[in-house]
Design a protein around this ligand. Structure first.
Ligand code: ARG
Length: 428
């Protein structure tokens, strides 16, 4: 454990969540670093009473508390770009916890500069991903500030933390009773620990808070139309809303239909696998709708390449690499693909699934007169014959080669005389 710094006090900005770890960390930083602790509580839509958090931080000894509403910024500058990139870590996790950490870091550094702080601190443990996101972001945004991670330095159990608070006559945060470790923000909810650590155990009903179970979900489907403009969701059923409003509303509507439950065995940055339960109602609906619209407006090669870029972005978000030149470049690529992502998606929400039932875009590449098997057909059927001759040409040449290799009485080039394109067997 670290020692006091010879009576000289340091000024630390701590990422404060209001939970047990970060409350203990305030006291611990004072005791072990003789630190003046400024608690920074960033509202990224975690649906908690943050004012209560401020009072708690101060009763734990923080000299000052910041409570910052960053919800709109989170929606516009983080969730929207992530949606444009259809961010799904390992194909399933919309990476909300990871995404929000970057914004929290940005706010922490702003506070640190304003307060002339010398240190930044977070309450992450040694086994998680969040330490990686905090410290990678700090490394870019404030490489001159030192980082303290009390929960990594002080290996302590939850029980010992509670004892520590009690021994100092401090109140224990109410959420301590929960059997799970949870993390929430506007984009979604993450739940781990307790019985969930056994991947064979079905998640108990109390693991979920934002989504209804299949049996509780309404027995009537609900249709809705989501409109996008240049990749940004702009309305639900014709009612214009901000991204923040759309995500909040969809979390409620889709959550009520039991949409957005994800059970994931994931690969952490530190090399271990963990099991996490997620609730991402709005994210699941919006990503599905956005992907469906992109199918209309993107050419085949663009779609295929964008998928690779999306995967890279998802890994970098998960790995705490938002503030990097590569991310900036990849997001610029994504942005350029969104110019044409305008249109509407019709969805049916029913019993834990969101199904796309219709799509349209003024910029669609889908042309009915080319696709139709009906009378309005505008496709040039004769052109297909020549196309097929060239498309199959390398296959036929390869077939001749196969006969040569096998040394059998197979096909030779002269036998392909029926083709317009002439090929000959090479003389030695
Ligand atoms: N596994 C997720 C991630 O690394 C969520 C981590 C936080 N989860 C939690 N229940 N506290 O992004």
């Amino acid at each position: 454990m670290a020692k006091k710094k010879n009576g000289k006090s340091i000024k630390v900005v701590l990422a404060y969540s209001g939970g047990l770890d970060t409350t203990v960390a305030i006291k611990w930083l004072q005791d072990n670093y003789d630190a003046e602790v400024i608690a920074a509580c960033v509202d990224v839509g975690q649906a908690e009473d943050l004012k209560g958090h401020a009072a708690r931080a101060e009763s734990a000894g923080a000299i000052k508390t910041y409570v910052i509403d960053a919800t709109a910024e989170y929606a516009n500058d983080y969730i929207v770009p992530a949606l444009k990139a259809n961010v799904l870590y390992e194909g399933v996790y919309p990476a909300g916890t990871a995404l929000a950490r970057h914004l929290i870091c940005q706010k922490l550094v702003e506070i640190a500069r304003k307060e002339g702080a010398t240190h930044l601190a977070h309450g992450c443990t040694a086994k998680g991903n969040d330490q990686v996101r905090f410290e990678s972001s700090f490394a870019v945004l404030a490489p001159d500030l030192k980082v303290i991670a009390p929960m990594r330095e002080w290996h302590v159990s939850r029980e010992e933390e509670i004892e520590y608070l009690k021994a100092h006559g401090m109140k224990v945060p109410v959420k301590v009773g929960s059997p799970y470790s949870t993390d929430e923000n506007l984009w979604g909810r993450s739940v781990e620990c307790g019985v969930l650590e056994d991947p064979w155990v079905e998640p108990p009903a109390d693991a979920y808070e934002w989504t209804k179970s299949l049996s509780e979900a309404p027995s009537e489907p609900q249709n809705m139309i989501i409109a996008f403009e240049k990749g940004v969701p702009i309305s639900i059923d014709g009612k214009a809303m901000s991204p923040l409003e759309i995500v909040s509303k969809l979390n409620q509507i889709a959550g009520a239909h039991g949409i957005g439950r994800i059970d994931h065995i994931e690969n952490r940055v530190v090399g271990i696998k963990s099991r996490e339960i997620y609730e991402y109602p709005a994210a699941v609906v919006l990503i599905k709708a956005h992907q469906a619209l992109e199918k209309h407006v993107h050419m085949k090669d663009l779609s295929a390449f964008k998928t690779l870029v999306e995967q890279k972005i998802a890994e970098m978000v998960y790995g705490g690499l938002w503030f990097t030149p590569l991310m900036k470049a990849l997001l610029a690529f994504i942005e350029s693909t969104q110019e044409v992502v305008t249109g509407e998606v019709h969805l049916k929400l029913f019993k834990s699934s969101a199904t796309v039932i219709g799509t349209r875009s003024p910029l669609s590449l889908y042309k009915m007169n080319l696709s139709t098997y009906g009378a309005s057909d505008g496709f040039n059927h004769e052109a297909a014959q020549g196309f097929l001759e060239l498309y199959t040409l390398p296959l036929k040449v390869q077939s001749v080669q196969a006969s040569q290799v096998e040394g059998t009485n197979g096909i030779n080039a002269e036998m392909l005389g029926h083709m317009n394109t002439k090929i000959k067997t090479q003389a030695h």
